[in-house]
Design a protein around this ligand. Structure first.
Ligand code: BGC
Length: 439
C-alpha cells in the first residue's frame, strides 16, 4: 500500500497528443514541407514517425497497452484537399481507419483540424491573410467532419492560433516567415472568423459534436514587479497572447491594442476549453523590441530548465493557467503538457509536479475532464527539427526504432491506476518526493 495516493475522478481521460505533420512523414504538399525545403529548419521532417506508412498501429498499441484511454491527433488538410477543387477520399479513408483503430483499442478520440500546417494552394491564395480563408477552412471542416463523424465527436478547430499567428507573422520562424505585427493582427482576426464558421459547419453535420480550440496559455509575470513598465508590458502581452482568442469565442469581440472588432458569429463558439500549458514567462520592457511589442521574455533566474533551455518546469504556472481557464465556465481538457528531455531526467518530475496541480484543481471542483501529454513518441519539432525530444518513447529517426523511456512506465502507472502515489514518485522522481508528499 502506498503511503499516500491522490486519485482522479472516474472516467478521467489520459492520453497523448500528436499532430499530423510531426508524426506522419512524407507530407509534401503543405507550407511546412516548403519551409523545410527552403532551409528554414534545423532538420527536415522526412519520414517523421512514419504513421502514414502504417506505424500508427504499433504506436496506438503502445498507448493502449500502457493504459491510455484517449488520444488526440490531427488530420492533414493538404492530404484531404490536395487542390482547391479536389478532395482525396483515400486520405479520408486512411484517417477513418486510424480513428477506428483507436476505437478498437477502447480509446476516446479527439481530432484537431488545423495544427500549424495548410495546403500549398491555400498559401498561394494568401493563407490566413486573405478574406477568403475563413470560408475555405470551414469548407474543409465540413467535409472532414462529415467523413469522420462516426469515429469522433471531440473537435479542436485550430491548435494554438496565438502561437501560429505570432510565430508565422511576427517572429517569422514559422512559414510564411513574416515579421509584421499588423499582419499578425489581421491573421488573428481571420483565425477567429475561421473558427466561428468551422464551429457552425461542424455542428451542422454532427449534433453531438463538442468543439473547441487548443489555447496555449503562458502566464506572463513582470520580471521586476516594482517596475510599472514591466508590469504594463507583461499585462499587455498577456492580453493579446492569452486572452484575445478565448474572449473572442466567448463574446464575439476581438480586442486589439487600439480597437475592438466585433465578430458576432464568434460569440459562444466554444463547447469546451482546450488548454496547452508548457511554461511561465517573465517579461521586461525593452525599448529596442518594438517588433515584439516591447517585451523581452525570459525565465526565472533560478528556473529548473529543460535540456535546450526551451521549457522551465513551473507547475505553479500550470495551476494559474487552470484557474484562468475555469473562469470561462466550460469543461476543461488539457490538450497538451510536456517537456523536451532526451535523457528523460527532468520529465518524470515535470510529469509528477504538473499532474499534482491538475489534481489540486480537480479538488476545487474545477471541471477538468482529461489530460493529454505531449507526446507519445519523439516527433518533428517544427523549426527546431529533431533537436528536442518530447516523447514518452524515444525515436531513432534513422531506423524508426522506438525505445520506452522511464517516463512511459511512470505514465503507465498513473493511467492504469487513475492516480498518482507517493510510491510512484519515490520510484520515478525521488527528488520531488518531499515536495509532493511531505511526511
Ligand atoms: C505545439 C506542438 C509542439 C509543442 C512543443 C506546442 O506549441 O502545439 O505542436 O510540438 O508545442 O514544442
Amino acid at each position: 500500500m502506498a503511503r499516500a495516493t491522490i486519485q482522479f475522478p472516474r472516467g478521467f481521460l489520459w492520453g497523448n497528443a500528436t499532430a499530423a505533420h510531426q508524426v506522419e512523414g512524407n507530407n509534401t504538399n503543405n507550407n511546412w514541407y516548403a519551409w523545410e525545403e527552403a532551409g528554414h529548419t534545423e532538420h527536415k521532417s522526412g519520414l517523421a514517425c512514419d504513421w502514414w506508412g502504417g506505424r500508427w498501429k504499433e504506436d496506438f498499441d503502445r498507448a493502449a497497452e500502457t493504459g491510455q484511454n484517449a488520444h488526440r491527433l490531427s488530420v492533414e488538410w493538404s492530404r484531404i484537399q490536395p487542390e482547391k477543387d479536389r478532395w482525396d477520399e483515400g486520405a479520408l479513408d486512411r484517417y477513418r481507419e486510424m480513428l477506428r483503430g483507436l476505437k478498437e483499442r477502447n480509446m476516446t478520440t479527439m481530432v484537431t483540424l488545423h495544427h500549424f500546417t495548410e495546403p500549398l494552394w491555400f498559401g498561394e491564395l494568401g493563407g490566413w491573410e486573405s478574406d477568403e480563408a475563413a470560408q475555405l477552412f470551414a469548407d474543409f471542416a465540413h467535409k472532414t467532419v462529415s467523413a469522420l463523424k462516426e469515429y469522433a465527436n471531440l473537435w479542436v478547430t485550430i491548435n494554438e492560433p496565438n502561437v501560429y499567428a505570432y510565430s508565422g507573422y511576427s517572429a517569422g520562424v514559422f512559414p510564411p516567415g513574416k515579421k509584421d505585427v499588423m499582419v499578425a493582427f489581421n491573421v488573428m482576426v481571420n483565425l477567429v472568423r475561421g473558427h466561428a464558421l468551422a464551429y457552425k459547419a461542424i455542428h451542422e453535420v454532427q449534433h453531438e459534436a463538442r468543439v473547441g480550440l487548443a489555447h496555449q496559455y503562458r502566464p506572463m509575470s513582470p520580471k521586476n514587479p516594482k517596475s510599472p513598465l514591466d508590469r504594463w508590458v507583461a499585462k499587455t502581452q498577456s492580453g493579446i497572447f492569452n486572452d484575445l482568442f478565448p474572449r473572442a469565442v466567448t463574446d464575439g469581440k476581438v480586442k486589439l491594442l487600439w480597437k475592438t472588432i466585433n465578430i458576432p458569429e464568434a460569440a459562444g463558439t466554444q463547447d469546451f476549453m482546450g488548454l496547452n500549458y508548457y511554461s511561465r514567462d517573465f517579461v521586461n520592457f525593452d525599448i529596442k523590441m518594438a517588433a515584439e511589442l516591447f517585451g523581452f521574455h525570459s525565465y526565472a533566474d533560478d528556473a529548473d530548465l529543460s535540456g535546450t533551455g526551451f521549457i522551465s518546469n513551473d507547475p505553479e504556472g500550470f495551476f494559474e493557467s487552470l484557474r484562468w481557464a475555469q473562469r470561462f465556465d466550460k469543461d476543461i481538457i488539457i490538450t497538451e503538457n510536456g517537456v523536451e528531455d532526451a535523457d528523460d531526467e527532468m520529465r518524470p518530475r515535470y510529469l509528477a509536479q504538473h499532474i499534482e496541480q491538475v489534481w489540486r484543481a480537480v479538488n476545487f471542483g474545477w471541471r477538468i475532464k482529461g489530460y493529454f501529454h505531449w507526446s507519445l513518441v519523439d516527433n518533428f519539432e517544427w523549426e527546431r527539427g529533431w533537436t528536442q525530444r518530447f516523447g514518452l518513447w524515444e525515436l531513432d529517426v534513422e531506423t524508426q526504432k522506438r525505445r520506452k523511456r522511464k517516463s512511459a512506465d511512470f505514465f503507465e502507472e498513473i493511467c492504469k491506476t487513475n492516480s498518482l502515489s507517493s510510491e510512484m514518485v519515490k520510484k520515478y522522481c525521488p527528488e520531488v518526493s518531499d515536495k509532493l508528499f511531505p511526511d
